[in-house]
Design a binder for this molecule. Structure first.
Ligand code: 2DT
Ligand code: MG
Length: 212
């Protein structure tokens, strides 16, 4: 192991449509890294445990209504309230596997018609991920998997718009995995991609802020 003082954990983000397999793959990845002796934590956004997160949860379950801009800023605030802890964890050498991040924020809000640049603005200054993995699946395929939980946004027509917005956001540094492959195949590809980043961060790869 590299013991330089700049050694740190990697910030790995999984993105994709609902039912693309992000949550299952995030937990599998965490187990894998743990089994290899790495310090690692599974995080997800929205983090519904904070008071901001509870407002978001109530909105998503249709128990409250909020203006589109307002809920966008709450999602962003929910990341900001975790920023300092995230940074401390990374600097302490903990790898963070994060199920959704700012890209979900921008994709879902811009799918409602909000301006992309407006959506990105409150994300500027949050920690930039070392790696964004997009679990790629056609909205039709995802909806066939069943188990849309009945929350706001979990509808085929809306997911098609979100898929388009993710395409607009996608940059060449993203790693795209075909999420229609067998689970074990997705898992294997994910492990390989993530491994390189974990090693690079151990060797002291610098940490940046959004938005690049
Ligand atoms: P889960 O299904 O993963 O619990 O997400 N969302 C998420 C946004 O609209 N903006 C955001 O910033 C984030 C992180 C995506 C709940 C839903 O919330 C959406 C699905
Ligand atoms: Mg969901």
């Amino acid at each position: 192991k590299n013991c330089s003082s700049n050694s740190r954990g990697a910030l790995i983000v999984l993105e994709g449509l609902d039912r693309s397999g992000k949550s299952s793959q995030s937990s599998r990845l965490v187990s894998y890294l743990e089994s290899q002796g790495h310090a690692v934590e599974l995080w997800r956004f929205p983090d519904r445990n904070t008071s901001v997160g509870q407002m978001i949860s109530s909105y998503l379950s249709n128990k409250s209504q909020l203006d589109d801009h307002t809920i966008h800023l709450l999602f962003s605030a929910n990341r900001w309230e975790k920023r300092s802890v995230m940074e401390a964890k990374l600097k302490a050498g903990v790898n963070l596997i994060v199920d959704r991040y700012s890209y979900s924020g921008v994709a879902f809000s811009s799918a409602k018609g909000l301006d992309v640049e407006w959506c990105k603005a409150p994300e500027v200054g949050l920690l930039a991920p070392d790696l964004v993995v997009y679990l790629d699946i056609l909205p039709e395929k995802a909806s066939e998997r069943g188990g849309y939980g009945g929350e706001r946004y979990e509808q085929l027509e809306f997911q098609k718009k979100v898929a388009h917005c993710y395409e607009v956001l996608r940059d060449p540094s993203w790693k795209i995995i075909d999420a229609c492959q067998p689970m074990e195949e997705v898992e294997k590809q994910l492990q390989e991609i993530v491994w390189d980043q974990v090693v690079a961060c151990q060797k002291g790869k610098p940490l940046f802020n959004l938005w690049r």
